[in-house]
Design a protein around this ligand. Structure first.
Ligand SMILES: C[S@@+](CC[C@H](N)C(=O)[O-])C[C@H]1O[C@@H](n2cnc3c(N)ncnc32)[C@H](O)[C@@H]1O
Length: 268
């Protein structure tokens, strides 16, 4: 099973991680959602994008595999005004096998959620589900990083823990810092095994170390175009950042906007 479940401990720290808190993608997704009128977000997590979208007046359905992430999202939603809460529907399930009663003009996968799908079968199953849930002319946004060849090289430097979150205070007085590293390179499978390690310090000085390891698939732009074509989509734009700059050699992001080209979504 390639589905990746976010553990409780990572769900707890997700919204306190500066790397995620300062990510500049929210206005992009809110604008896209406003233009579409309603949205289905696959891998909505703790609601980092979902809540600002609902607060901007757009009805949004969020689907996620992790109960722990959805629980964080529900907790944050409880603090929102009733009209914002009324625009949100949360669904527990996998993006490879969902079946919802309505169709949407827009489906999104913010912050690389699709990269948790390792096998081509899972990727096509997800695209097949998206196709069924899109209204005619509806759009899908696939959100991935652009491959950094250095991170595929097998260089032992990438296997050493690198701090991606400096010492950060939590509201309850504990502090944490986080490191990331690649534990295995699988170039033939187009994926790396990634490990996050959280170092937690309690106010009484006690410390704990928690790790989470998961496979992360990487994709190339022309591969995406083919994959989408197999599932009945046509690529309409590929951006390299959230200002909609075209994908370039040094782009960190790879955002593929696709629309339904074939009403039957014939997966081959
Ligand atoms: C990096 S988080 C992104 C969360 C949120 N979209 C954001 O931008 O902050 C990836 C999310 O994808 C979810 N996820 C991973 N595999 C999934 C699957 N097969 N189906 C649904 N959600 C999945 C994880 O539980 C996690 O919440």
């Amino acid at each position: 099973m390639s589905d990746h479940d976010y553990s409780d401990v990572f769900a707890e720290f997700y919204d306190h991680t500066p790397l995620y808190r300062t990510r500049v993608d929210i206005p992009f997704y809110v604008d896209e959602a406003r233009a579409a009128g309603s949205v289905l977000e696959l891998g909505c997590g703790s609601g980092r994008i979902l809540i600002p979208t609902a607060a901007a007046g757009v009805p949004i359905t969020g689907l996620d595999l992790s109960e722990a992430m959805l629980a964080r999202c529900r907790e944050k939603l409880a603090a929102q005004p009733p009209d914002v809460r009324a625009r949100v529907r949360l669904v527990h399930g996998s993006m490879t096998s969902f079946d919802l009663p309505e169709k949407f003009p827009l489906v999104t996968t913010p912050f690389r959620a699709f990269q948790h799908l390792i096998s081509m079968d899972d990727q096509l199953a997800c695209l097949r589900c998206v196709h069924r849930h899109l209204a005619p002319g509806g759009r899908l946004i696939l959100d991935m990083f652009q491959v950094n060849p250095a991170a595929l090289s097998g260089d032992p430097e990438w296997m050493r823990e690198r701090e991606d979150t400096p010492e950060t205070k939590l509201p309850d007085g504990r502090t944490f810092r986080r490191t990331a590293r690649i534990t295995a390179f699988h170039r033939a499978e187009q994926m790396n095994e990634v490990e996050f390690a959280v170092y937690l310090t309690y106010p009484d000085g006690r410390t704990e170390r928690h790790t989470q390891t998961f496979p992360f698939r990487y994709f190339f732009p022309k591969e995406i175009e083919h994959l989408l074509a197999r599932a009945g989509f046509r690529v309409v734009a590929v951006y390299g950042d959230f200002n909609r700059s075209p994908l370039a050699n040094d782009s960190a992001e790879m955002l593929t906007l696709a629309e339904k080209s074939d009403e039957h979504g014939g997966v081959q």
